[in-house]
Design a protein around this ligand. Structure first.
Ligand code: PMV
Length: 290
């Protein structure tokens, strides 16, 4: 018997790192997904196809015996797009389907959180919350988290670029910011200022004021630079996206490398910005969000 679960990756539109301190973040499910297929088979459970590095996370969810797992993913791994969260949510969905039922949001959130905690220290939970909920959400951490679906006045056209593997893990980057904000009041103030950007962006997104959203993204990126989590390739990619016509650009996720995105005025611009960046980055996507 086969069972299949699918879950999307995510983009943090604004608010990463500040979300760890209780501010809201705005996150969107990305149209790049991970699918997990399970089949019953004799003997110990094992990975039949997919990246072997995924097995330690899967082993926290899949029973020790009797299951063969196949992973099929269009999500780049380990670059800030929530690949581990999508893997966990897709696996919880497939396991529920194997029992002839559908996994609720709560089940996906709680079970994926065990995996995220095992691999990322003390995550806010934003990655797997948006993977389980879909759409575009404002997220505040907590148990349970506060999740507000946002209704965008117009869809967003995003140019997403991968600048290469991060130089540190999410847990290391979050710990570095924690150390800096305890010592430096400017860093603590930057975290507060990110929280303000997020609240303004919620209103701007719902009003369809996308040029304003772009300006807030740009401000958010500068505040992330003050937290010390950007890198020269991320800064160069953001500058290049602005020069190519984006309304705003920022890193997305923990930083230290990985992905950045630009908010494009329309679909044609999203592709054109991507083409302008292609020679200098690892991968490029033009994505429609919302
Ligand atoms: O693991 P990433 O790159 O998707 O980043 C997660 C976002 C952070 O705010 C940096 C950490 C967290 O737990 O929210």
């Amino acid at each position: 018997m086969l069972a299949r679960g699918v879950a999307p990756g995510k983009l943090i539109l604004l608010g990463e790192h500040a979300v760890v301190y209780g501010h809201r973040a705005i996150a969107a499910a990305a149209p790049l997904t991970t699918a997990v297929t399970l089949r019953r088979r004799p003997g110990p459970s094992s990975l039949e196809a997919g990246a072997p590095s995924a097995w330690p996370a899967l082993a926290l969810l899949v029973p020790p015996d009797g299951v063969g797992v196949t992973i099929d993913s269009s999500l780049p791994m380990g670059c800030g797009m929530g690949s581990s969260a999508a893997l966990a949510v897709a696996t919880v969905r497939a396991l529920a389907q194997m029992e002839g039922r559908e996994a609720s949001f709560e089940e996906c959130f709680e079970r994926a959180f065990t995996v995220e905690r095992a691999f990322h220290g003390t995550p806010s939970g934003v990655d797997h919350a948006v993977s389980a909920a879909g759409g575009v959400v404002a997220f505040r951490k907590g148990s349970p988290p506060a999740l507000t679906p946002l209704s965008l006045a117009t869809p967003l056209w995003i140019t997403l670029v991968d600048t290469g593997p991060p130089i540190a893990s999410t847990a290391q980057l979050v710990a570095a910011v924690r150390a800096r904000q305890a010592e430096d009041t400017d860093v603590a103030a930057a975290i507060e200022a990110i929280g303000v950007c997020v609240e303004e962006a919620v209103c701007a997104l719902e009003a369809g004021a996308l040029a304003r959203v772009g300006g807030l993204m740009r401000a958010n990126h500068q505040l992330l630079q003050q937290l010390g989590v950007s890198t020269p390739p991320l800064d160069a990619a953001c500058d290049a996206m602005m020069a190519a016509g984006a309304w705003g650009a920022k890193l997305s996720g923990a930083g230290g490398g990985g992905v950045a995105f630009g908010l494009a005025p329309d679909e044609a611009a999203a592709h054109a910005i991507g083409e302008a960046l292609r020679p200098s980055v690892r991968s490029v996507w033009a994505l429609r969000i919302g």
